[in-house]
Design a protein around this ligand. Structure first.
Ligand SMILES: C[S@@+](CC[C@H](N)C(=O)[O-])C[C@H]1O[C@@H](n2cnc3c(N)ncnc32)[C@H](O)[C@@H]1O
Length: 202
């Protein structure tokens, strides 16, 4: 298992420490265990979970680098985090970020609270609808929370500096021209190319 995790990440250019590999291993085991009772992910195979959830979440790191985002010590909110994507892989890899996971479904919040203890990491779970959160965060990230046209305002209201939305393969010109978003093209070995929309607010 550790070998598979290490090799998938290193092939894609992410060097993980043995501790990080172990944390991703525990995450995988717990996700599959909880998935037997709660529907947290439709993916069943280890390799699919590692690539499509863990590695895909880290495509944000490449976009942060491309945009020159200084994430160290910053607050990052993952909105509609579900089983922790992309926030938890970001926390494992970046470490020095103050992570908030916003998720409205209580069984998913319970998983995120449990996972924090199992991984011996620190983050805050805000178990409520994002529309009801009245704090601002330096960086707001989100994956698969809903239609872009419906979520971008919710995300921008929560962000002090940046919004990053993982959009997959879809990119509409109006998001760039009318809503003034920019796009990173994530090309990570082992994953189909995908877009991350981003906007600097200040
Ligand atoms: C399709 S899942 C994606 C989960 C995760 N981001 C991922 O990429 O695997 C969408 C998640 O967003 C949550 N969600 C949707 N709208 C929300 C809102 N307004 N506030 C908080 N959570 C929301 C849902 O409960 C669900 O867990």
């Amino acid at each position: 298992m550790s070998e598979l995790i290490g090799s998938i990440f290193s092939e894609a250019g992410f060097k993980l420490s043995p501790e990080d590999v172990e944390k991703f291993g525990v995450y995988l085991v717990e996700l599959k265990k909880w998935n037997r009772v709660h529907n947290l992910t439709s993916l069943k195979r280890d390799e699919d979970i590692i690539r499509k959830h863990f590695l895909d979440s880290l495509s944000l790191v490449n976009c942060f680098r491309e945009v020159n985002v200084d994430w160290k010590g910053k607050s990052i909110a993952d909105v509609g985090s579900g089983a922790g994507f992309p926030g938890v892989p970001l926390k494992i890899y970046l470490k020095d970020v103050n992570l908030f996971l916003i998720e409205s479904v209580s069984k998913k919040c319970s998983f995120l609270e449990y996972l924090k203890v199992r991984l011996e990491l620190d983050w805050t779970v805000l178990c409520q609808r994002a529309e009801e959160v009245d704090t601002k965060f330096d960086i707001v990230v989100s994956r698969a929370m809903g239609e872009f046209e419906e979520v971008y305002r919710i995300l921008e209201r929560l962000a002090r500096d940046y919004v990053f939305v993982m959009k997959g393969k879809e990119l509409k010109s109006e998001w760039i021209q009318e809503l003034k978003y920019n796009a990173c093209k994530a090309e990570i070995k082992g994953l189909p190319p995908s877009y991350i929309l981003w906007k600097k607010l200040n």
